[in-house]
Ligand binder design. Structure first.
Ligand SMILES: NC(=O)c1ccc[n+]([C@@H]2O[C@H](COP(=O)([O-])OP(=O)(O)OC[C@H]3O[C@@H](n4cnc5c(N)ncnc54)[C@H](OP(=O)(O)O)[C@@H]3O)[C@@H](O)[C@H]2O)c1
Length: 341
C-alpha cells in the first residue's frame, strides 16, 4: 500500500473531443469526471497545481504534422508542462508532499510513473510557475546559444519576442553579449514591454505596414542573427535585412500554426550573395539543455532577468480558454492556469 492520505475517487478532466479546424474552441473539448486510483508501486499520484499552455499544443491537436511529438489522442486529455504536489506515493524517492514537475494531463490529478516526475527544489525559483518555463527557456537557450552562437558584436532579431520563448530569447542574447537586440511583436503594448521591461533595444510591430523598412530602421547595418519563431512574412523580411554571413536559427512557425499562412519563401539569391547560414532546430534534439536551464534561469533572475508570465486562476475547465487566449495574442510571455484547490 503506498504512502499517502485521503484521495478523491474522481477528478475533473478536459478531453480533446474533436480536432480543431483553425483556432480551438470550447466545442473541441469535453469536460468529464475520471476515476482516481491509489497508485501502483513505482507510481505516484500528483494533485495538479499549475498547467502550462503553449502554442505547440495547437499543432498537437492536428492528426498529422511533422512535430517530433505525437498528436494528442481524441478522447484523452491533452498534456503539457505541469507542476503539482505528490499526494500518494508508491516510490520512496518521490515522497508525499514533494513538489514535482512533469508532463501532465489537463486533469485535477495525475497518476504518473515515479521516473517521469522531477522532484523540485522549491527554493531554487520564486514560484511554481517559474518551473513551467523550462521547455520555453531551454528552447530559447538552445536556439540563441547553441544554434545561432550569439556573442559580442551581434545584432540579434527575435520574432515572437513577447511570447513564451521569444521573451526569454532576447534577454539571453543580451546576456551572451549581443550588441543590439531587436524584437517583433503584434501590438504597441507588447512592443513597449520589450523595450521598457525586457531590455530590448528596439521593437517592431509586425502588424504595421512596411515590416522590412521598419526592421531596416531598427538595424541600419543589418541583422547578424535572426531567431525565427514565426516564419511567414517575418522570415522573408528578416532575410531581406540580413547582414552578410548572418545566421538564421529557425525554431518556430507561429504564422503558419496560427493563421494557416503558407510556409515562407526563401529568396535564394540573397541567401547566396549574403552567404547566409539557415539552420532549423528542435529542443527534442537537445534535451540535455533542459537539465541546464533551471540553475541558469535562477542565476539570471537574480541578475535582473524578467520572466513575463500570466497566471490564470481557475479550474481545469479553464485551460482550453487560456490556450485560445494565448494563441490569439491576448497574453504576454508564458501562460499557465493555477488550479484552485
Ligand atoms: N523548436 C522547438 O524545439 C520549439 C520549442 C518550443 C516552441 N517552439 C515554437 O516556437 C514558437 C513560439 O512558441 P511560444 O510558445 O513562445 O509561442 P507564443 O509566442 O507564446 O505564441 C503566441 C503568440 O503568437 C503570436 N501570433 C499569433 N498569430 C500570429 C501570426 N499570424 N503571425 C505571427 N505571430 C502570431 C502572438 O504574438 P503577437 O501578438 O506578438 O503577434 C501570440 O502572443 C512556436 O512556433 C512554437 O511551436 C519550438
Amino acid at each position: 500500500m503506498p504512502a499517502g492520505g485521503d484521495i478523491p475517487h474522481r477528478t475533473r478532466a478536459v478531453l480533446l473531443d474533436s480536432r480543431p479546424d483553425g483556432p480551438p474552441t470550447a466545442a473541441n473539448f469535453r469536460v468529464t469526471e475520471v476515476p482516481v486510483a491509489v497508485p501502483e508501486p513505482g507510481h505516484v499520484l500528483v494533485r495538479t497545481g499549475h498547467l502550462g499552455v503553449a502554442a505547440v499544443m495547437r499543432e498537437r491537436m492536428d492528426a498529422g504534422g511533422n512535430l517530433p511529438l505525437p498528436p494528442f489522442a481524441l478522447g484523452e486529455p491533452p498534456v503539457g508542462p505541469a507542476v503539482g504536489t505528490v499526494v500518494a506515493s508508491g516510490d520512496d524517492a518521490v515522497p508525499v508532499g514533494a513538489q514535482v514537475s512533469y508532463w501532465g494531463p489537463w486533469a485535477g490529478y495525475a497518476d504518473l510513473a515515479a521516473d517521469d516526475v522531477q522532484v523540485l527544489d522549491p527554493a531554487l525559483l520564486p514560484a511554481p510557475e517559474y518551473h513551467l518555463a523550462t521547455p520555453n527557456g531551454s528552447t530559447a537557450l538552445y536556439g540563441v546559444r547553441d544554434i545561432a552562437r550569439v556573442g559580442p558584436g551581434d545584432v540579434v532579431l527575435v520574432s515572437g519576442a513577447a511570447g513564451g520563448v521569444g521573451s526569454l530569447a532576447g534577454q539571453i542574447a543580451r546576456r551572451l553579449g549581443a550588441d543590439r537586440v531587436i524584437g517583433t511583436a503584434g501590438s504597441a503594448d507588447k512592443c513597449r514591454l520589450l523595450t521598457t521591461d525586457l531590455g530590448f533595444d528596439a521593437a517592431v510591430n509586425h502588424r504595421d505596414d512596411d515590416l522590412a523598412g521598419n526592421l531596416r530602421a531598427a538595424a541600419p547595418d543589418g541583422i547578424s542573427v535572426y531567431l525565427d519563431l514565426v516564419g511567414g512574412v517575418q522570415f522573408e523580411a528578416a532575410v531581406a535585412v540580413a547582414a552578410p554571413f548572418a545566421r538564421v536559427a529557425v525554431g518556430g512557425a507561429l504564422a503558419t500554426q496560427q493563421s494557416g499562412a503558407a510556409w515562407p519563401r526563401l529568396d535564394t539569391g540573397s541567401a547566396i550573395m549574403k552567404g547566409l547560414t539557415i539552420r532549423g532546430f528542435a529542443l527534442a534534439h537537445a534535451l540535455h539543455v533542459t537539465a541546464e536551464w533551471p540553475a541558469l534561469f535562477a542565476g539570471w533572475l537574480g541578475e535582473g532577468m524578467v520572466f513575463p508570465h500570466t497566471v490564470v486562476e481557475g479550474d481545469v475547465d479553464d485551460v482550453p480558454q487560456a490556450l485560445a487566449d494565448l494563441l490569439a495574442g491576448r497574453h504576454h510571455g508564458h501562460v499557465s492556469v493555477a488550479l484552485r484547490e
